[in-house]
Design a protein around this ligand. Structure first.
Ligand code: SAM
Length: 259
């Protein structure tokens, strides 16, 4: 029986499954982590390529079934758990390649939890197309706090789209596959990150207004002072949140942290 809350739209298009797993570039020296393996559409291909495959599946019956399909305990480990409650530190220090056809309802929550976890270097994810566009955007209407929070930790690229006919049951929306390459080091210190989010929240909080005024107000600095910061970065004083590149949000945060 389908459990809509668990976002159980199973991938039935085997060539899409192959493309997703190929995009992760797995080899025998890799350990893979799959979130929400379901009936194993991706798992079968992952298991062929990776040295070790760890899967986390919330649905009891599906987790049990996977344990039977892949009984090789030294190369395959199934956790019947909710990923959002799972203690990732228990997986050890060796880096993972992460793959998932993410359940729609908790896709961004899962992504945020992954971004906070340092032990992965690459990930290939299928998401609702509208969410994938927001994750990978660096300007325009889809660009926002989600894009910037991903940018701080990873480089994102959209690879291809997958239509509703590729799933059973059919979802109402299109999906997109994205690849994330985790940054080896954080680009901002944690104090600068706090400033980065304050800047981004102020600007995107009222995305139709001029970011300069919104940021000046949020930081309690004069318009003249904020104009100097914008001028230093070559930013138009009339820029709105969605016209400021991620790199310029970084630079603004560093400047405001230093001042
Ligand atoms: N990977 C399979 C595929 O591509 O056909 C299934 C994908 S389906 C969109 C999402 C899967 O994630 C389901 O098997 C569902 O039971 C599981 N799931 C949903 N929420 C989860 C959570 N919080 N933690 C772990 N698994 C979850």
């Amino acid at each position: 029986m389908r459990r809509p809350k668990l976002g159980q739209h199973f991938l039935t298009n085997s060539s899409a499954a192959l493309r997703i797993v190929d995009a992760a570039g797995l080899s025998a020296s890799d350990q893979a982590l799959e979130i929400g393996p379901g009936k194993g559409a991706l798992t079968t291909e992952i298991f062929k390529r990776a040295g070790k495959t760890v899967v986390i599946e919330k649905d009891d019956a599906l987790a049990l079934r996977l344990g039977r399909i892949f009984p090789n305990a030294s190369r395959f480990l199934v956790f019947n758990r909710d990923f959002l409650d799972f203690d990732l530190a228990s997986l050890g220090d060796k880096k993972f390649v992460v793959l998932s056809n993410l359940p729609y309802a908790v896709g961004t929550a899962i992504l945020q939890k992954l971004l906070a976890w340092p032990n992965w270097d690459k990930g290939v994810f299928m998401l609702q197309k509208e969410v994938a566009l927001r994750v990978a955007a660096s300007a325009g209407a889809d660009y926002g706090i989600l894009s910037l929070s991903v940018f701080l930790r990873a480089e994102a690229e959209i690879l291809f789209d997958v239509g509703p006919e590729s799933f059973s049951p059919r979802p109402e929306v299109w999906s997109s596959v994205i690849r994330l390459k985790r940054r080896e080091k954080n680009i901002l210190s944690s104090a600068e990150e706090d400033v980065f989010y304050r800047v981004a929240k102020a600007a995107f909080g009222q995305r139709r207004k001029m970011a300069l005024n919104l940021i000046a107000e949020a930081f309690g600095v004069s318009r003249a002072e904020m104009e100097r910061h914008f001028e230093d970065l070559g930013l138009d004083f009339k820029s709105r949140a969605e016209n400021i590149s991620p790199q310029n949000y970084l630079k603004l945060s560093r400047a405001l942290s230093a001042s």
